[in-house]
Design a protein around this ligand. Structure first.
Ligand SMILES: Cc1ncc(COP(=O)(O)O)c(C=O)c1O
Length: 404
């Protein structure tokens, strides 16, 4: 996204042209940004040659997944639906890992049938269920066991996943016991140790702690893991004040680890790949003035983009037409949904705005459309993809008739 003569462009397309053609709210992705993110990620870890499995929960649009597939990435899925979508995009089952604390029997059956790379189990009961299904099929199923390393990822509490009180994975004691119980199974092969301590992590130190814990626990387990799945979680710069994640440092920590453990590394990034490749275009419906502030009522709401309401997360808002005149009043950018939390941002010093003007909510590519809902019986937005001068509809706006 960039301004040319005060007009916001996505690659080489004027944003105004996009909103006029596709309406609002509309998610708009830049394909070159996406490709750049992927190649940067791959370059950052090129010396350790990992398998990078895109976290489909962060964005499950089929066309996006097809683009991701072209780069050789695999997929990290958390449901049968996501598995189907990844396979539909052409991603090889041999590059699919299946995570999640509550996989149902039908989902496990499907994963076994498709012979995916790994089912990353999160409880002993789950592995018993996998073993039962594998026995019926007379197959050997490759699994990972997710460790809960009890590490604070120093991120928002609501997106922390690696502390003892979080529901994910197995604590060290349970992990070692489970591993021991399945060491000699005829139907389940424990090939992987998986871990994911949280999301939007901007400091490398929690990862350093995590790797040190892995080193210690692997030695203690006396088990050979073919894969170590380090999950995702690398943060992005939603706000200028956020420091950039130090990939160099993380890479060198992993390199040191690999000197002691001859394993294949798997990553499951979502946010780092897709978050900053998209904006959500929206139009101002009304402006309501009060003594203290102005409510800028948008046609996008928390059902279209839930992160600010769900996590209190920051997403900048930018105008499609830049003007110099600034308002002194606080602007509250809100949606039309009947919830007080249906608020995107509160800002002072925004440029003067008028009803019917268009705006863009930034960095919405991850956990944007994939978290959208029909709350208040509102149809889900459309999605479009920009590639240099061209734009393409990649998901039609939902029609009321399709869900009412
Ligand atoms: C198991 C697992 N892997 C990968 C991810 C992707 O995380 P991120 O988008 O922060 O990279 C998540 C998200 O929470 C997750 O739970």
């Amino acid at each position: 996204m960039n301004f040319k003569k005060n007009k916001l462009f996505v690659e080489k397309v004027n944003s105004l042209k996009i909103v006029k053609k596709y309406g609002t709210p509309t998610y708009c992705y830049s394909i070159s940004r996406l490709k750049k993110n992927i190649s940067n990620f791959q370059k950052n870890f090129s010396t350790i040659n990992p398998l990078v499995c895109f976290s489909v929960k962060s964005n499950s649009n089929l066309q996006i997944l097809k683009e991701i597939k072209k780069t050789g990435m695999g997929a990290d899925v958390v449901s049968k639906g996501e598995m189907l979508q990844a396979l539909k995009a052409g991603i090889s089952p041999k590059k699919i890992v299946f995570s999640g604390v509550g996989k149902k029997t039908e989902e496990l059956k499907y994963a076994i049938e498709k012979k995916i790379l790994l089912i990353n189990a999160e409880s002993e009961s789950e592995i018993f269920e996998i073993e039962r299904l594998a026995k019926i099929k007379k197959e050997i199923v490759n699994v990972g066991i997710r460790l809960n390393p009890n590490i604070d990822a120093k991120t928002l509490n609501k997106i922390s996943t690696g502390k003892r009180e979080d529901k994910f994975g197995l604590t060290e004691k349970a992990f070692l016991k489970t591993l021991n119980n399945f060491k000699n199974s005829n139907f389940v092969k424990v090939k992987c140790l998986s871990v994911h301590i949280g999301s939007q992590i901007t400091d490398y130190k929690p990862y350093l702690k995590m790797i040190n814990e892995l080193d210690r626990i692997i030695k203690k387990s006396n088990h050979f893991f073919e894969y170590i799945d380090l999950g995702g979680g690398m943060g992005i710069q939603y706000e200028k004040k956020t420091k950039l994640f130090n990939y160099k440092k993380y890479n060198s920590i992993i390199k040191n680890f690999l000197k002691k453990h001859k394993v294949k590394i798997i990553f499951e990034p979502g946010r780092a790949i897709i978050a900053n490749s998209a904006v959500l275009f929206t139009q101002i419906i009304y402006i309501k003035n009060t003594d203290k502030k102005k409510f800028i009522i948008l046609d996008a709401a928390m059902n279209d983009f839930m992160r600010p309401a769900l996590y209190g997360s920051f997403h900048n808002i930018i105008p499609l037409l830049k003007k110099n005149k600034k308002s002194k009043k606080v602007h509250d950018f809100v949606g039309p949904v009947c919830e007080t939390t249906d608020r995107f941002l509160s800002l002072k010093g925004f440029q003067n705005l008028k009803e019917k003007e268009f705006l863009a909510i930034s960095d919405v590519g991850a956990y944007g459309m994939s978290l959208s809902s029909n709350y208040n019986l509102r149809p889900k937005p459309s999605e479009i993809m920009v590639n240099k001068k061209s734009m393409k509809l990649i998901l039609k706006r939902q029609k009321l008739i399709n869900f009412i």
